[in-house]
Design a protein. Structure first.
Length: 359
C-alpha cells in the first residue's frame, strides 16, 4: 500500500422478502442501502500495528496482524477478520492508523455488524502486501466465515452478500450460496429505528429451533415433506397435529416462502405495480408479526403511522424483537419520515446503494 490515505466503506441492508428464511435455506430478496460504515486509513512508516479508533462507540484497539489472533470476546470480528485472511495467505508488513465511523443504526436489524466485517475485510485486502483482489462473492463468503462460522453462531449469508455486492439481490441460501442482481429500480424507501434494543443472536436461535423442531415433527407425519416444494395446502392437515407454536412457526415460513416467490415474479415483470409490492410487504410483515412473533407494539404503532401517511407497505427489518423497520412510500417519503418520528422513532430516506468499495 502506498502512503496515500484512502477510505473504504460498506453498506447496511434491508431485507425486502425472506426475513427469517435464509438460515433455513430458503431464498431472500434484499437490498443494500446508503447507510454506510467507513474507515479512513493512513499508512504508517514504522511498525506493522493496526491502530483503530472507533469514536462512535468510544473504543480504541491495537491489532498485530502478523500474529494469529486470540479472541477477546465471542463476537471479536476485527480480530477474526485478520485470522480469516491470514489463512488465505495475506501478509501485513506495514501498519496503519484507522478511524472507523458509521451512520448505520447499530444492533437494529440493518446489518451493521456484517457491514463492519465486509468493510474491514476489504480494508485488510487493500493493505496486504501483495494486496488481495477477491471478487465480491468471495468477499461475502469470507465475511460469513468471519462473523458466523468463526464463532459458531446462527445466521445465513444475506447480510454479507448485500454488503459486498450492493444493489437489489435475489439470494439462493442453499450452500454453496449464490446471489443474483435484480435489475430493478426501487425508490421510495424510508428506514426507521424503533430505538428498542433487540437480541439478534437469541431471537435467531429461538425461532430457528422452533422451526427446525416443527419441520422434524412434520416429517414424522408427512415423510415426503420438503420445505422448498411442498405446498402449504398439502401440509395443513399434518400441521394440525404439531404443538401449536411449532405449527405456527412452520406455517408462517411456508407462507413467507410463497410470498418471496410472488415478489420475485413481480419484480421481474415490466411495469410492475408499486401497490402490489406494498401489499406483498405487508403480507410478509403479518407473518413475521403473528407467526414468528418478532414485531413489537411500538413497531406496529410506527408502521400504522407510516401507512396513514401514505406508505404503500412496510415491514419489520432484521431478526426483530425491536430495532428497525422500513416503509415503501414512493412520493410520500417526507411525510412518512415525519410519521415515523411522531410515533417515537428515528427515520431517514434511503436509497439502494453499491457494495463495499475503496473510495
Amino acid at each position: 500500500m502506498s502512503s496515500t490515505d484512502f477510505v473504504v466503506s460498506a453498506p447496511g441492508r434491508i431485507c425486502l422478502f425472506g426475513e427469517h428464511q435464509d438460515y433455513l435455506g430458503l431464498p431472500v430478496i434484499a437490498a443494500a442501502i446508503n447507510r454506510r460504515i467507513r474507515a479512513e486509513v493512513r499508512s504508517l512508516s514504522d511498525g506493522n500495528l493496526l491502530k483503530l479508533d472507533m469514536p462512535d462507540i468510544n473504543e480504541q484497539m491495537v491489532i498485530d496482524p502478523s500474529q494469529e489472533q486470540r479472541y477477546a470476546h465471542s463476537r471479536d470480528y476485527l480480530r477474526a477478520g485478520v485470522n480469516v485472511l491470514r489463512r488465505e495467505g495475506a501478509v501485513f508488513p506495514r501498519g496503519a492508523d484507522i478511524r472507523i465511523t458509521s451512520n448505520i443504526p447499530m444492533q437494529a436489524g440493518v446489518s451493521s455488524s456484517s457491514a463492519l466485517v465486509i468493510m474491514w475485510l476489504r480494508l485488510l485486502c487493500q493493505i496486504a502486501d501483495p494486496p488481495l483482489h477477491p471478487d465480491p462473492e468471495t468477499l461475502a463468503r469470507w465475511g460469513h466465515r468471519t462473523e458466523v462460522l468463526e464463532f459458531h453462531e446462527p445466521g445465513g449469508m444475506m447480510d454479507h452478500f448485500c454488503a459486498a455486492l450492493g444493489g437489489v439481490l435475489y439470494i439462493d441460501t442453499i450452500p454453496p450460496y449464490h446471489a443474483t442482481r435484480l435489475p430493478v429500480q426501487l425508490s421510495g424507501l424510508v428506514l426507521a429505528d424503533s430505538k428498542q434494543p433487540k437480541a439478534t443472536v437469541e431471537v435467531l436461535a429461538s425461532r430457528r429451533q422452533d422451526v427446525t423442531e416443527g419441520i422434524a415433527l412434520l416429517k414424522e407425519k408427512m415423510p415426503h415433506f420438503d420445505l422448498h416444494t411442498t405446498p402449504l395446502e398439502e401440509a395443513e392437515e399434518a400441521l394440525k397435529h404439531l404443538p401449536e407454536r411449532n405449527a405456527r412457526r412452520v406455517r408462517a415460513n411456508l407462507i413467507n416462502r410463497d410470498i418471496t416467490r410472488r415478489a420475485l415474479q413481480l419484480l421481474q415483470t415490466d411495469g410492475w405495480s408499486p401497490q402490489s409490492l406494498g401489499d406483498l410487504l405487508l403480507a410478509h410483515h403479518a407473518q413475521l408479526r403473528d407467526g414468528l412473533e418478532v414485531s413489537t407494539p411500538k413497531i406496529e404503532k410506527m408502521l400504522e403511522a407510516a401507512l396513514r401517511a401514505g406508505a404503500l407497505g412496510g415491514k419489520v427489518n432484521g431478526s426483530g424483537g425491536g430495532g428497525c423497520l422500513f416503509a415503501y412510500a414512493p412520493g410520500r417519503e417526507e411525510e412518512v419520515v415525519e410519521a415515523f418520528k411522531s410515533a417515537g422513532g428515528d427515520a431517514w430516506r434511503v436509497r439502494v446503494d453499491t457494495g463495499a468499495a475503496v473510495e
